[in-house]
Design a protein around this ligand. Structure first.
Ligand code: FEO
Length: 398
């Protein structure tokens, strides 16, 4: 039926893939695209849960029309108002002028301010239930996962949690929709990239939402996020990962992120990596800030406990791409890491000393004194890098 997919007896996936957008939020590269997931429940009353980005409206509407097959659409449930999910709402109202829009007080403020929509509202409060006939939908307000209006919708009948952005990530759904139909490692990595760059600033609110679901003591058989696969085989896996990430729990491993104009700082990065390997560290990521998008670096940093930052000096300060990285790390308030610092200078310092100053804000334990070489590392500098690598390995293995 025109590309639609059943999630359960009366619940359908009507999401779309976006392979056109280059930068999500005009910030985050979509090398493997992204899906905007939406769901349609065909009960005595019909309900659509979230919509899709405006640019993908045509395909989306074809799916809905085909499934409705002339029936009316009674409800639109809005879990999240960011335009990747709300962009089709104005046109939806045009096509279904009698639809009731289900949201909370804050949802309607966004609708009014984004799209100048003022009517058709049916406000719900935390834990209200909407009866569609066989399906009863219970709403849980989960603010700041990812915007203030965000909420989750739980289908008490089929035990499906429609979670908004939570548990979702980048990557199109190329045929496979469910967690048991796709290479899940790829999606877990992209879900962490979405989380660590977009959601992570609000970790305490993510914890609050997870605790709310726990306290509600609901059985979750399926998680249907607005991005990425539908989790029906092992929904607990993504809940566990989300819990771990939002508690700032890390794995054993080290990211060495460096900025280097002519390879001298890079040489120091590679040297440290080799020494870490000799010390038994298996997960080592050496990342060039000039060539690797910041979202991928932050993703790896979120994952691993150890971070070693290396910068050449540029105009008496940090290398610009390194400056951008440390600003984002501070912005996302990343915690629970141990730090090493190294770098180079020519005639004046500025690279290493700025990293040291930056850490006054982050307050990560320094595993060893900062190592700074003039233009390129000499024997005495390499000896210090040996000590830096040993100290980092000791922390990681402790
Ligand atoms: Fe997928 Fe916060 O939007």
């Amino acid at each position: 039926m025109n590309g639609t997919i059943k999630i359960s007896d009366k619940v359908y996936y009507v999401g779309v893939n976006d392979r056109d957008t280059y930068l999500f939020e005009s910030l985050w590269p979509l090398e493997k695209g992204v899906s905007y997931n939406s769901y349609l429940i065909l009960d005595e009353k019909t309900a659509l849960i979230d919509t899709v980005k405006e640019t993908k409206m045509s395909e989306f509407f074809n799916k809905i029309r085909s499934l409705l097959n002339g029936k009316s659409l009674d409800y639109l449930i809005i879990n999240h108002m960011e335009p990747d999910h709300s962009g089709s709402i104005p046109e939806l109202l045009h096509e279904f002028p009698n639809i009731k829009i289900i949201g909370n007080k804050t949802t309607f403020q966004f609708l009014e301010n984004l799209y100048k929509i003022h009517d058709n509202f049916q406000e719900i409060k935390d834990e209200d239930v909407l009866d569609l006939g066989q399906h009863k939908l219970k709403f849980y307000l989960t603010p700041m996962v990812h915007w203030p209006e965000t909420m989750m919708t739980y289908d008490q009948t089929d035990k499906i949690l429609f979670a908004g952005d939570a548990f979702g990530g980048f990557g199109t759904l190329d045929g496979g929709i469910f967690d048991d139909e796709v290479k899940i490692d790829f999606f877990e990595d992209e879900i962490r990239r979405y989380f660590s760059n977009i959601i992570a600033k609000y970790c305490p609110m993510v914890q609050k939402a997870l605790n709310k679901l726990r306290d509600a003591n609901i059985e979750i058989k399926i998680i249907s996020s607005t991005h990425g696969p539908v989790w029906r085989k092992d929904p607990n896996r993504i809940i566990t990962l989300y819990d771990k990430w939002s508690k700032y729990e890390t794995e054993k491993g080290v990211v060495i992120a460096y900025g280097s104009m002519y390879g001298n700082t890079e040489e120091m990065a590679d040297y440290i990596a080799r020494k870490l390997a000799e010390e038994g560290i298996k997960e080592i990521k050496v990342m060039d800030v000039s060539k690797t998008h910041i979202s991928h670096i932050i993703n790896e940093i979120w994952r691993y406990k150890g971070l070693i930052l290396g910068s050449c000096t540029y105009n008496q300060g940090l290398f610009p791409y390194m400056e951008s990285l440390v600003q984002w790390l501070a912005h996302n308030n990343i915690k629970n890491h141990v730090l090493g610092i190294f770098g180079t200078y020519g005639w004046s310092g500025g690279g290493v000393s700025t990293l040291v100053k930056y850490n006054e804000q982050m307050k990560w334990p320094l595993v060893y004194q900062p190592v700074e070489a003039r233009l390129s590392a000499k024997i005495e500098d390499f000896k210090k890098l040996d000590e830096l690598a040993k100290a980092m390995a000791k922390e990681i293995n402790s």
